[in-house]
Design a protein around this ligand. Structure first.
Ligand code: ATP
Ligand code: MG
Length: 558
């Protein structure tokens, strides 16, 4: 995977280069056009990296335009969240935030223009009738009885639709193209629907709203977008996109280019489905760390750089494919490996008493914040008579090759001495609740004489340790393609064990952790301080990803 794949060629970049060389456009303007009906997800991150990336590479501009033609489903909170996510990813849109609704007056004038040229008409068919008349892939459609209304009547009806004279669904404005066109999108598509809804930008001004198809390309043209990059499902809409540009006095003619959307296994990337998870309380909001939303991944501990790197790694293609989620884990792991300070944190505490260590004795070890980063300074680790180790680092009846602690066995406390387990203390139920150990004081920074001690375990002083809550996340879905099967609700595939909460104890420095500070908990994984919990005054660490890298190993083998 090359470091500079962001500037490596892909088919879109080649197309733009050709257009520039041929003089079709003098500079490059792209846009990212979200509908504000939910939070952005990892698929949108791909589109953002692509659109803003292209503008950057060609020294052009990328606009942020909200495609806000659906007032009932859209909300200001989504607009705010989307802007924040894009900024957090590290991109700046050119100029002000734009809204398709800024162009409603112009779009209406263009609708009248089509009517005047006998290229649009007001139809009385309702949605169901329209579907009937539309025909099928193998059968031509039939013209609506309203198709031959006069220009005057159409202009009058359109204006009365606009002023709210008709009920929703009573009438619509349709383009007059070709009811027998092989491409169904050209069989007189709807341009305007009646909606008596309050719009988040335009209030109650409009009683009719333009369709996505009638809005998108013209908005591109108004803004001088040169390359309108979208996902493959719009390929069949391209003839329509171009029909509008050809039949309206638009100031510029953008080019639409399609690419394959990102699919990720074990994940759903559809705002509608993600909204269901939120609305049904399956997750704790749009930014639940298990969500594939940008806000969720941010809370989980992903860095902007790791998401941009991931988008680079997966590249841009025309063929649809599904990306292995381990690639995403790999991207964040390699970022945090280099950039996250280290800390010790005991996940499931087991008490250890050092029997030959005085109760008042304290020894403080100064160790690097990061093994390869002097700029991260030092941490101070106090060792006291009583400490915590992880339950998983002790076994009463260990198998062969278990190099951690067991009765009579020795292990090194990371950054400190070697200890030996002399005795086990159990509760009435037979659970091991304490280990009595002795320290070999002649083993600091050196191996003991005459014997090999292979294991190293992490630990935290009981007196100075900081209680923290740790949240371990697993995939939200148990199967690779949760929404593949049309007959099974994707919610059936939820993983009941996607969240594990532990009462852990961390080294003293963790008490100072700020919102979204990230750490490698040595021998365990990468964790990020939860900002919502911190606001409530408690310390919660979200596990970003474990230490093991399945993807990179598989790549090496392949
Ligand atoms: P969803 O189905 O999740 O609602 P959408 O396409 O309806 O997605 P929009 O807000 O319209 O959501 O998307 C804004 C831009 O992001 C569009 O250009 C769209 O093509 C792109 N996009 C959406 N999903 C993906 C994806 N999975 N991979 C790449 N680009 C995507
Ligand atoms: Mg969309």
């Amino acid at each position: 995977m090359s470091q500079d794949s962001a500037s490596a060629p892909n088919f879109i970049r080649n197309q733009i280069r050709e257009d520039l060389d041929a003089g079709h456009s003098a500079s490059v303007v792209t846009r990212f056009p979200p509908e504000p009906n939910g939070f952005l997800h990892i698929g949108h991150a791909k589109s953002i990296c692509l659109n803003f990336g292209l503008a950057e590479q060609f020294g052009g501009a990328c606009h942020l335009r909200f495609d806000d033609t659906n007032p009932e489903k859209e909300e200001q909170v989504y607009i705010d969240a989307i802007k924040q996510d894009i900024e957090w990813l590290g991109f700046d849109w050119a100029g002000e935030v734009r809204f398709a609704s800024d162009y409603f007056d112009q779009l209406y004038a263009w609708a009248q223009h089509l009517v005047r040229n006998d290229k649009a008409y007001v139809d009385d068919l309702n949605a169901e009738q329209m579907r009937e008349y539309r025909g099928t892939l193998t059968e031509a459609g039939r013209p609506s009885p309203c198709r031959d209304r006069s220009v005057e009547e159409n202009l009058d009806l359109l204006e009365r639709m606009r002023t709210g004279e008709f009920a929703e669904g009573e009438k619509s404005l349709r383009a007059k193209i070709d009811m027998a066109a092989p491409n169904i999108n050209l069989r007189d598509p709807v341009l305007y629907r009646i909606r008596h809804a309050t719009h988040h930008q335009t209030g109650d001004t409009w009683k009719i709203y333009p369709s996505y198809d009638f809005t998108h390309g013209q908005s591109d043209a108004i803004e001088g977008v040169t390359h309108s990059v979208c996902t493959l499902e719009f390929e069949d809409h391209r003839p329509l996109y171009e029909w509008f540009l050809a039949n309206l006095p638009v100031p510029t003619t953008p080019r639409q280019i399609e690419f394959a959307r990102l699919n990720l296994n074990y994940t759903v990337t559809s705002k509608r489905k993600l909204k269901l998870l939120v609305d049904q309380g399956v997750v704790d909001g749009w930014d639940d760390p298990r969500m594939p939303t940008i806000a969720g991944m941010r809370r989980r501990g992903y860095t902007p750089a790791s998401l941009r790197k991931f988008c680079d790694m997966i590249g841009v293609a025309r063929a649809a494919s599904t990306v292995d989620i381990h690639m995403l884990y790999h991207a964040i792991r390699s970022d945090l490996e280099d950039n996250a300070p280290r800390a010790m944190c005991v996940m499931k505490p087991l008490k250890v008493v050092l029997t030959n260590w005085d109760a008042e004795r304290e020894e403080v070890f100064e160790v690097p914040g990061h093994p390869a980063r002097d700029d991260m300074g030092v941490r101070r680790l106090p060792l006291t008579r009583t400490l915590w180790i992880d339950q998983d680092d002790f076994m009463e009846h260990p198998p062969k090759k278990f190099f951690r602690l067991s009765p009579g066995g020795e292990v090194r406390l990371r950054n400190a001495y070697i200890i030996r387990c002399d005795e086990i203390v159990k509760d009435e139920a037979g659970n091991v609740v304490e280990l009595q150990c002795s320290v070999d004081l002649d083993t600091l920074g050196k191996n003991p004489e005459g014997r090999k001690v292979k294991g190293v375990i992490h630990w935290v002083s009981e007196q100075y340790g900081v209680p923290v809550e740790v949240r371990n996340y697993d995939n939200l879905f148990q199967v690779e393609a949760p929404d593949k099967d049309r007959d099974v609700d994707f919610l059936e595939h939820l993983n009941a064990d996607s969240l594990e909460v532990l009462n852990a104890i961390g080294e003293p420095a963790l008490a100072e952790a700020g919102a979204e500070d990230r750490f490698q908990f040595e021998r365990v994984g990468y964790f990020c301080a939860d900002r919502h919990a911190l606001e409530d005054g408690s310390l919660v660490f979200n596990r970003t990803v474990s230490l093991k890298d399945g993807w990179s190993k598989a790549q090496k083998k392949a």
